[in-house]
Design a protein around this ligand. Structure first.
Ligand code: ARG
Length: 503
């Protein structure tokens, strides 16, 4: 629709007399330069379907309560169906989608269409729309996260014996495995999932019936609109219902936390790629426009970079909210976008990061060789001496001193070098404590990993336990996401059935 048509309502197929009335109403305030500044209509495209659902549920409830008669309800609900088919772009001008849809209803039904807005305000309406839409986005994000966890678990299953170097301070530390590394991220994503699911429960609450903030004299049924919209409860206090946006903070906070997990994963892969410790699939790499030899981990760098969007979203949102008095202020119109930006940005990141890990190749020989660099098996040798009765601090000193005599190109001292220092310090031959083969095993990265079979450790036997608990939790979380989806779908069907009784 053209701007002119929007303003005059010319293309809306109005009933008699509706034109003048709606135009007058729309033009009462801010017809001047601030008109577009005030409007959220284009941003509101995201909540257009949500607003139609909220309108429908409200009209059904009003009719059941005898507040609106059945014929008027039928006309309003039929008008809403037309407005839905015409789409957001066909809406008349308005400060926001709520006003534009109401105008479009009145254009079709006549003044009686104005009964749709009985016992409500745009304040409870927009809060309901944001919650309704956000839960959809949350379910999509949650599906992506459980999908990613599934992909990571598959990598862990395939690589429980693929030894790789583990780092602290980015310095070689101790040998571990690809499975152990990847499971560390799966565990973090498990907690991110938990935070998103917790947030979901508080998002999925009904603010409708709060009106502007101060309730209404009409005998509304807030449980009924909750049921029709699939909300699992009611935001009790009407002032809270209209003003609360902490559900956005909670979601955006959980999203920023998730983005941070992904960013750390991405950073690990960027570092691994720089050392040829991982071979990314071509689909997840990019090249240079000038340097023909380059294969760069750009997708992971973008995952890392997008974390900034989520963190910025959380910052923007908190800054928007912090100074707002009760009960409603127009600042709130700018709150939702921070959450949308964060969630859109990170949902894609989840898929890309998991895809990059799932399709990558792990060069076992190079990784195993790298796992001994910088005498990364040193702790295992000290542990071996300590297990034979040498106080750990003494064992630590023996190994440190043996390592101090290394040539720069040597990664680890051999048995004889360790034995010489040990004999000095212990005043007894090393063979009284441990034999040569045990020390040589401890110096071998694969054996070193195999020794560390404590709960949660990298030994394949310990990985098996972690894998099975992770699989169980994944099944629980996948079911929770599926149940939420089913609840939403059932409510959508229920609302449709009710609407069909009138329209
Ligand atoms: N577009 C507004 C928003 O997103 C709707 C509520 C307007 N309410 C008001 N009292 N001006 O917050």
């Amino acid at each position: 629709m053209s701007e002119e048509e929007r303003e005059t309502g010319a293309a809306s197929g109005n009933a008699d007399g509706a034109d003048e009335e709606t135009v007058v109403r729309r033009d009462r305030f801010a017809g001047g330069p601030a008109r577009s500044f005030l409007s959220s209509l284009s941003d509101d495209e995201r909540i257009f379907p949500a607003d139609l659902a909220v309108d429908r549920a409200h009209v059904v409830m009003l009719t059941e309560r005898g507040i609106v008669d059945r014929d008027t309800a039928g006309e309003i609900l039929s008008a809403l169906a037309e407005i839905e088919s015409a789409g957001h772009a066909a809406l008349p001008d308005g400060e926001d989608v709520h006003e534009a849809i109401e105008s479009a209803v009145i254009d079709r039904v006549g003044p009686e269409g104005g009964k749709m807005h009985t016992a409500r305000s745009r304040n409870d309406e927009v809060a309901a729309c944001i919650r309704y839409r956000l839960r959809e986005d949350l379910l999509e994000l949650l599906s992506a996260v459980v999908g990613a966890r599934e992909q990571l678990l598959a990598v862990a299953r395939d690589h429980d014996e693929t030894v790789m170097p583990g780092y602290t301070h980015l310095q070689p530390a101790q040998p571990t495995t690809v499975a152990h590394w990847v499971l560390s991220y799966e565990q973090a994503l498990q907690r991110d999932t938990g935070r998103l699911l917790d947030a979901y429960a508080r998002v999925n609450q009904n603010p409708l019936g709060a009106a502007a903030f101060a309730g209404t004299p009409f005998d509304v049924d807030r449980d009924r609109t909750a049921a029709l919209l699939g909300f699992e409860g009611v935001v009790e206090n009407s002032m809270d219902a209209a003003s609360a946006r902490d559900f956005l903070v909670e979601v955006t906070g959980a999203v920023a936390g998730l983005a941070t997990t992904l960013s750390q994963l991405a950073e690990d892969i960027v570092v691994m790629a720089s050392k040829d410790h991982v071979e990314l699939d071509d689909d997840y790499a990019s090249t240079s426009s000038i340097m023909p030899q380059k294969k760069n981990p750009d997708t992971l760098e973008l995952v890392r970079g997008r974390t900034g969007d989520a963190v910025a979203g959380l910052n923007g949102l908190l800054t928007n909210l912090k100074g707002q008095p009760r009960a409603y202020n127009r600042d709130l119109q700018r709150a939702g976008r921070h959450a949308w930006d964060a969630i859109d940005s990170v949902t894609e990141s989840v898929e890309v990061a998991a895809g990059a890990v799932a399709t990558a190749e792990w060069p076992a020989d190079r990784l195993e060789a790298a796992a001994t660099e910088g005498f990364a098996t040193a702790t295992g040798v000290a542990d071996l001496l300590a297990m034979a009765g040498v106080p750990f601090r003494t064992a630590h000193e023996i190994v440190a001193e043996a390592a101090a005599g290394l040539d720069p190109d040597e990664d680890a001292p051999d048995y004889d070098a360790i034995a010489a220092v040990a004999e000095d310090v212990l005043d007894a031959p090393l063979s009284e404590y441990v034999d040569r083969t045990a020390v040589e095993s401890a110096l071998d990265p694969t054996e070193s990993v195999g020794m560390r079979d404590s709960r949660g450790g990298p030994a394949p036997s310990a990985i098996a336990g972690q894998l099975s608990t992770a699989e169980e939790q994944l099944a629980v979380d996948t079911e929770a996401v599926g149940d939420h989806r089913t609840t939403v779908e059932q409510a959508t069907d229920r609302l449709l059935t009710e609407v069909e009784r009138y329209a």
